[in-house]
Design a protein around this ligand. Sequence first.
Ligand code: GLA
Length: 355
Amino acid sequence: MREVRADAPGRVNLIGEHTDYHEGFVLPCAVPQRCVAELRTREDRHVRAWSRQIDDADPFEYTVGAEHRTASWGDYVQGLTWVVSQQGIHVGGFDLHLDSDVPLGSGLSSSAALEVATLRALRSAFDLGFNDVELARIAQRAEVEFVGAPVGIMDQMASSLAGERAALFVDTRTLDFEQIPLPPGLDLVVINSGVSHQHVDGDYVTRRRESEDAARLLGVERLRDVGVERLTEVDALRGVYAKRARHIVTENARVLEARTALKTGDLERLGELFFASHASMRDDYEISIPAVDLLVEIARREPGVFGARMTGGGFGGAVAIATAAGTAARVAANITAAYAQQTGESAGVLLPLAQ
Ligand code: GLA
């Protein structure tokens, strides 16, 4: 019997939204909120999994090798052993306790944190040989093929490889990645609108399908292969296809520019790219919501703020704000106060952490 403990962070994407399933570029960072997995191996192939947040009393139970979809949180665990087994890797049964402070539905990828923490625990408990990129691939496959959420690989790569004071630039076609330290003049603020999203069905899937159709109209499989030099052609597409393709094509260009801005410490430019990305998500990809747009507009008026944008899959979730070092606490407090005054609703500060 072995007992191991592992953890993994949630992520905030700085820029590059919905680009990953088009094999484009992303630039996420880890957040301090994490999922902790405590795992004890068993002699049999049985699994009992507890989630402190979802149901502390009753474990989710199944047998490794007999995974079946249940449309409950336990599918995230089952999906991992299912993919691992599909790859011919043997894992036995285990008891698993999960405890996470990554808020669900906030756009910080609580699911990737759960997957990566659990896979790290499985890797050390059963001496599995996969590296951190392979781990991210297993987690993504579990989510797509078992849970049934057709996501890209950004969140799993970020949870597996990103740090808190460095952005992780990922080319999602090759999975080549690069850690880019955040310039000392930059602080990040993340504010949760409190409106939860859902990825398994609905709008994420629709956007993915529309943009894939747009790609085919442009004669490519993935919009990664359409550069900004083809924007006139993009604009000539009919219906929603022009908008959907324009977002992905321009967003990829913005990620590359943001990478340069981070490297050169050009925070004004980084901020402009944040605002432009938000406008593109709002007007072209149409994945924002009024509560999130309002948070971005309030942030725009706050002294010290370079830029703000929705982060994550959209239709709710959180806003990422780039602000001058030393201003994060004041900016977060002022934005949430103004938001409460204008809407009567309260928005939660996810970053900086309360002192
Ligand atoms: C979700 C998905 C990611 C990515 C983002 C949008 O977080 O899990 O793969 O597509 O949405 O950028």
